[in-house]
Ligand binder design. Structure first.
Ligand code: SAH
Length: 218
């Protein structure tokens, strides 16, 4: 059904060049995104738009993040091969694929049942292996921690303590913080037990991070 044609690859290359020009300098992140056919993670009818630098709707009224945002958050995580990464908000699974392509071991949580199910099928069909969880990311996943990195891909009204607690010393939490549709990107580094360094990076726009799991399958 889905094919990765020369046309898709050409459009993808242009997008990657655009990301580089707009400040994404981590070659490994750019290479990972060059490898992954973003249109596979979107509705088949949207495949002509998949290489625009924009967010698009996916199921359950959620969105696949804008490529610049994916690249920016991934760059902030400073992933080393074999790093243990927790992702909150699996969504389409695109960001998950980028993390896996960088050699991370990924644990990913989603509160929408349909997205949780669909992302597993898609990533498996592309040969990617991750650990998927249906649940509430506010709690993190203590049983699998501590993590080298935690990435939140929904707008959080505040920084959940559980996520900070589940970082290794030296670990990094990347989280967009703010309500409504405006967030500031935070990079929080655990420098010692109970000691954190906080850095802020510009404005972004995410769907909200919500408590609990969604009750209705859409
Ligand atoms: N990385 C995804 C982003 C999807 S949008 C992609 O690029 O496709 C953000 C996702 O976070 C949505 O799927 C939403 O359902 C999920 N989400 C929101 N609050 C959550 C929570 N508390 N726990 C887990 N997932 C959550």
């Amino acid at each position: 059904m889905y094919q990765d044609t020369y046309k898709h690859k050409g459009q993808r290359k242009k997008l990657i060049e655009e990301l580089h020009k707009s400040g994404i300098k981590d070659e490994k992140v750019l290479q990972a995104m060059m490898k992954i056919p973003r249109h596979f993670f979107m509705d088949i009818g949207l495949d002509k738009l998949a290489y625009q630098n924009k967010a698009f709707p996916i199921a359950a009224e959620q969105t696949i993040s804008q490529p610049f945002t994916v690249a920016f958050q991934t760059q902030l995580l400073e992933i080393k091969k074999g790093a243990k990464i927790l992702e909150i908000g699996t969504g389409s699974g695109y960001q998950t694929a980028v993390l896996l392509e960088l050699g991370a071991r990924v644990y990913t949580i989603e509160r929408q049942k349909q997205l949780y199910l669909d992302a597993q099928v898609l990533l498996k069909s592309l040969g990617y292996k991750a650990q998927f969880f249906y649940g509430d990311g506010y709690k993190g996943k203590a049983a699998y921690g501590p993590f080298d990195g935690i990435i939140v891909t929904a707008g959080a009204p505040y920084i959940p303590d559980a996520l900070k607690e589940q970082l290794k010393t030296g670990g990094i939490l990347v989280i967009p913080v703010g309500e409504n549709d405006k967030q500031i990107m935070y990079k929080i580094t655990k420098i010692a037990e109970n000691e954190f360094k906080e850095e802020k990076f510009g404005n972004f726009r995410f769907v909200p991070m919500l408590e609990g799991t969604a009750k209705n399958r859409k």
